[in-house]
Design a protein. Structure first.
Lengths: 299, 245
């Protein structure tokens, strides 16, 4: 069963095309990561899927229906990118209030305990730290015993320990049969949680594959060197020249260096660095564009 | 209904945590009572009763225009508001909850006015008149609630505060809330029937004394309610579409 679906979903804001004919299926039981740089359209896609906005083209389905129909949101839990909890309410009151929208909410104490917030039930949310507030916002997604949760950058602003605790909670939900669609900037987070990754850039789906396959693409190394001339080398993803400096993007830096030495290239100032996620995105983005489009700029 | 109560409870909790909000809407009508009504007509039973009813209308106007106009505009600026729209409940309970909480606050803000009238003036009405007036308050809240919602959904919060203030005072004076029936300057008597405040105060006067409402004021009150409902509905739908762009 497909719990969330986008068919050729397009969303414009005035002149800006935030989503461009996006297809996405989230079947029951999957844990799908949406990966992409800022402004790629991840949040817009989530907002379409929960009915906050209407697509300007194509359609979105949630549990087979229009997400703007409240009944279709019955089994969905959401954590938006921005928390914005009502500052004067206490943690327990917020949980009770959100829970009141569901027929069979998780009891307050149980939910707070699961997310390590039990000691904070009496605190006003305005007095919480950023990380505590974020944890509460994620906990709220689970209060209605959802079958699908949509988490928009759930661990932004959390320290390592809190991040891992949240990951455990998300994994436990998935192990119980729950379905998760989460967005992230961090490849590490997607790798830790997801089985499937959808890479979004400039409003389009650039890749939709297993974590291993995506890692092969984005797990590139950048080998930089200074040399006058290079022979043809195998396994290069991309070559960039910056005056006499040459940057080679490859999946296997060790082999590339061996090839350079074997070929007798007179290089100096060799540097090998992992590519940032941003560079990886640029690579995928560049491949998806017409060859004459030049170097893409980041959003 | 259960959802509406949850929302009303949540709204009232927020209000109670910032008591100044409650205090603010009760303050002006109470002060106006002390400064204008008590010294001027305090010892005249009929005059004091009508003046008190006018002050009650004044309090209803200010409580509703400000709490909805400013409150809704401020809520819309918070990410919490779109979050609530992802919950599996439509907008109606949220709306009903807000109105329930608003009505509660309105009645609260009337307490000082009624107390001052009872203790410091000769204003008197029957038990039936008092009960009728309490019902009239809910009725009279309708146009001003709609006005506040229209302002709140149409404007960002900084503009909403200004517009609420701009609208509020001319409506109060122009509708004759600060003058006894038939005692206002001629030009106010002329424009008053066309303002919603006039129809509102005439309903209050009818509830507490033997006043006969003017047909023109009643018809215009109905016209205002329809017009403001359309405006509020338009602002609400427009807001749903473009809130985030």
């Amino acid at each position: 069963m497909i719990l969330a679906r986008a068919e050729q979903a397009t969303r414009r804001y005035g002149d800006v095309l935030a989503l461009d004919r996006v297809d996405l299926n989230v079947p029951a039981g999957e844990l799908v990561g949406l990966l992409g740089p800022n402004g790629a359209g991840k949040s817009t896609l989530l907002n379409l899927l929960v009915g906050l906005r209407r697509p300007t083209g194509g359609r979105v389905l949630l549990f087979g229906g229009d997400p703007r129909d409240p009944a279709c949101r019955r089994w969905v839990g959401v954590t938006p990118q921005e928390t914005g909890l009502p500052g004067s309410l206490r943690v327990g009151e917020v949980v009770d209030f959100v829970g009141a929208h569901f027929p069979d909410p998780v009891p307050r104490a149980e939910l707070l305990d699961r997310f390590g917030l039990a000691d904070l039930a009496r605190r006003q949310t305005g007095g919480l730290s950023g990380g505590q507030r974020r944890r509460l916002a994620v906990a709220l997604a689970f209060v209605g015993r959802p079958r699908l949760v949509l988490l928009d950058e759930p661990t932004t602003g959390l320290d390592v320990e809190a991040r891992h605790a949240l990951w455990d909670a998300i994994r436990a939900f998935h192990a119980d049969g729950g379905t998760v669609l989460l967005t992230s900037h961090y490849l590490e987070e997607i790798e830790a949680l997801a089985q499937r990754v959808v890479v979004i850039g400039q409003g389009r789906v650039l890749a939709d594959d297993s974590v291993a396959a995506i890692r092969a693409v984005v797990g590139l190394r950048r080998v930089s060197l200074t040399a006058d001339d290079l022979p043809t080398l195998p396994n290069l993803v991309r070559v960039e020249r910056d005056r006499e400096r040459i940057h080679l993007l490859t999946a296997d830096a060790d082999q590339l260096v061996r090839d350079l030495v074997t070929a007798g290239v007179a290089f100096r100032d060799l540097e090998v660095r992992p590519t940032s996620l941003e560079e990886a995105f640029l690579t995928i983005t560049a491949e998806s564009r017409p060859a004459d489009a030049g170097v893409p700029t980041t959003a | 209904m259960q959802y509406a109560l949850a929302h009303a409870r949540y709204q009232l909790l927020e209000l109670v945590r910032t008591p100044v909000a409650v205090f603010g809407s009760a303050f002006f009508p109470a002060v106006a009572m002390l400064f204008f009504v008590v010294p001027a007509v305090g010892d005249n039973p009929v005059g004091a009763t009508y003046a008190t009813a006018a002050m009650v209308t004044f309090a209803v106007l200010s409580a509703n225009v400000f709490q909805y106009g400013v409150g809704v505009a401020e809520d819309r600026a918070q990410p919490w508001d779109p979050y609530l729209r992802t919950l599996p409940v439509g907008p109606a309970p949220r709306f009903a909850g807000r109105v329930l909480a608003g009505l509660t606050l309105t009645y609260l803000s009337l307490l000082p006015v009624v107390l001052i009238a009872a203790l410091l003036t000769e204003a008197r009405t029957t038990a039936a008149g008092f009960a009728l007036a309490a019902v009239a308050v809910a009725l009279v809240s309708v146009p001003f609630t709609l006005m506040g919602l229209a302002i709140g959904y149409a404007l960002p919060s900084k503009a909403a505060i200004v517009v609420a203030q701009l609208v509020f005072f001319p409506l109060a004076v122009g509708g004759g809330l600060l003058t006894a029936p038939g005692q206002a300057p001629a030009f106010i008597e002329a424009i008053a029937p066309f303002l919603p405040t006039r129809g509102a105060v005439e309903l209050m006067w009818t509830a507490v004394g033997d006043f006969r409402p003017e047909p023109l004021s009643m018809v215009m009150l109905g016209v205002w309610i329809v017009g403001l409902a359309a405006l509020a509905g338009w602002a609400y739908r427009r807001d749903e579409g473009r809130r985030f762009s």
